[in-house]
Design a protein around this ligand. Structure first.
Ligand code: BGC
Length: 555
């Protein structure tokens, strides 16, 4: 079988397009709302294709748009091969895909293979079925401990609830068993030791690849396989969720047997022309990243280190060097990213004193410590230009091109995120980066749609709207557009060469095509080296680079 992309596309035929691509994450519910119901939808995305084109992107990645009761923002999937009626139809999907392809933008969809939702047909069947039945064997059901099975089977903990086990009676089951979920109770984990699951996900991948989807982002790719041998092992440590030290032999994360699944997926991807691509979301020990990113498995794996690296020259240099060396190990390319739908927006992180405990700051609605709004945006833009000039692909998150800050003061009654609601409210959750985008300076939902917005937008959003920034020649939006356009001619050998600087707060590297990137992280100001300036994240002052600025130049 050899499936070829549709003829009417403006896509390049380069099989390696993904190696140094600019990929923009769309969180569909919060991007653009076409029907005024307050929830972003696929037609909304289609209506904004001219905007996406203007960003000079290679691809977009869509967070889940599948039928879902939204217990976890759509990462609780009821049906993997359909569109949520709140977001549109399969026909809307095809229209959006064709529209994006026509302007040369490829599309990634999000695959959530670790768990379904509790409303998935299979889970409903499992709850109704007998213990030990084939229907229950698609998930992880076990008897409890204690005299009457009243205690969870093991001490496993979940991300969104104290225990990774919920008694089936909560979901209407009548057999006194418990089922396992690494996230919310509405997200039961699949039993990947059951070949039926593997077969069904191959069917899902084929379904979307046949429709013309170019790539897949694989949610919690490290967690599919668990050690389910009896008796189940206890973790015996509260920090059991983090199995980064286990190097292939943990209980429920990053096990060596997960790669058997991805080798099968790779065989499917390679049947298409160009081969479909995939990027793993895997929180694993850095040494393990190449296993997920291997050309024999998924091909790329997010390297999240810049999400937590402080905006500081020494830390950036080490992070850059390590990532380049790791990518070289498996013939993959680097994956740079500063933000996504699970993270506090990086403009905010970079505008806070690094010593501030961000979790507590968020819980105080952003009032416990001052935020330097302007410095945050300046540093964020400098960081963006720094990573965009590096070899590899960059994954960006909607709204960062506007310099958007985190919304910290969402009222408790409006919060949707299970990370807050189910975790004893010890963490404000992730809604603050998922507030619907501002398109216009005013109006009921700042142009997001004709109705309201499913999460409240603050008044200051208007200043950061697309409309406001399109009028400003030095706005974050203008800088993103120009940088991404320039970057198209940076498809050169995946190498960098460090240049010495006279200040430890300044990093300078060059690419083989003669492009240079210099970032002044913290120094008062730094003399601009000789060369033709291509772009600067902030204007130079008297020929010097101010703090929190990156400049690209040519020699
Ligand atoms: C996604 C989250 C989601 C979780 C469970 C992740 O890593 O990015 O948004 O809550 O998987 O599916």
């Amino acid at each position: 079988m050899s499936k070829t992309s549709k003829k009417s596309s403006g896509l390049s035929s380069d099989k390696n397009w993904w190696r140094q691509a600019a990929i923009y994450q769309i969180y569909p519910r919060s991007f653009a709302d076409s029907n005024g119901d307050g929830i972003g939808d696929l037609k909304g995305i289609t209506s904004r294709i001219p905007y996406l084109k203007s960003l000079n992107l290679d691809a977009v990645w869509l967070s889940p748009f599948y039928p879902s009761a939204l217990a976890d923002g759509g990462y609780d999937v009821d049906n993997y091969r359909d569109v949520d009626p709140k977001l549109g139809t399969l026909a809307d999907f095809d229209e959006m895909l064709a529209g994006l392809h026509k302007v040369g933008i490829r599309v990634f969809v999000d695959i959530v293979p670790n768990h379904s939702s509790n409303l998935h047909e299979w889970f409903k069947e499992a709850i109704a079925a007998e213990p030990g039945s084939p229907a229950r064997n698609r998930y992880i059901f076990r008897n409890g401990r204690g005299t009457n099975g009243e205690l969870p089977p093991t001490d496993w903990v979940s991300h969104f609830a104290p225990s990774a086990w919920t008694h089936e009676s909560v979901m209407g089951g009548k057999h006194n068993q418990w089922y396992m979920h690494w996230f919310a109770p509405e997200q039961p984990d699949f039993n990947w030791d059951n070949p039926e699951i593997e077969k069904d996900f191959l069917k899902t991948l084929k379904f979307w690849a046949d429709r013309g989807v170019d790539g897949f982002r694989i949610d919690v790719a490290h967690a599919l396989k668990k050690d389910l041998s009896e008796p189940l092992r206890n973790l015996n440590v509260f920090e059991g969720l983090d199995e980064r030290g286990n190097k292939g032999k943990g209980i429920f994360a990053d096990r060596d047997d997960v790669f058997k699944i991805y080798r099968e997926w790779r065989k499917l991807f390679n049947k298409y022309n160009p081969p479909r691509v995939a990027v793993a979301e895997a929180f694993v020990h850095p040494e393990r990243l190449p296993l997920y990113a291997s050309t024999k498995t998924l091909g790329q794996c997010f390297d999240f280190r810049f999400i937590e690296t402080p905006f500081e020259a020494g830390a950036y240099r080490i992070a850059t060097q390590e990532a380049i060396e790791l990518a070289a190990k498996n013939k993959s390319s680097c994956t740079w990213t500063l933000s996504n739908h699970d993270q506090i927006r990086h403009a905010t992180k970079m505008g806070l004193n690094p010593a501030v405990n961000r979790r507590d700051w968020m819980l105080s609605n952003g009032t416990s410590h001052p935020l330097d709004v302007e410095a945050g945006i300046a540093n964020a833009l400098a960081a963006t230009l720094y990573i965009l000039a590096l070899p590899g692909s960059t994954y960006m998150y909607q709204g960062e091109e506007l310099g958007l800050h985190e919304v910290t003061d969402i009222p408790e009654k409006a919060i949707q995120d299970p990370q807050y609601l189910r975790n004893n409210k010890v963490d404000k959750g992730r809604d603050g980066c998922r507030v619907p985008l501002p398109w216009t300076t005013s109006g009921k939902s700042f142009g997001f749609g004709s109705g309201g917005a499913h999460l409240p937008q603050p008044q200051w959003f208007g200043k950061y709207s697309v409309e406001a920034e399109e009028k400003e020649p030095h706005s974050p939006l203008a800088i993103y557009r120009k940088a991404l356009e320039l970057r198209k001619s940076l498809q050169t050998k995946e190498e960098i060469k460090w240049h010495k600087t006279k200040d430890v707060s300044v990093l300078h590297y060059a690419r083989p095509n003669g492009w240079h990137c210099i970032t002044n992280f913290r120094s008062q100001s730094y003399p601009m080296p000789k060369g033709e300036i291509l772009i600067s994240s902030q204007p130079l002052v008297d020929g010097r680079i101010p703090a929190g600025t990156t400049v690209w130049f040519k020699k």
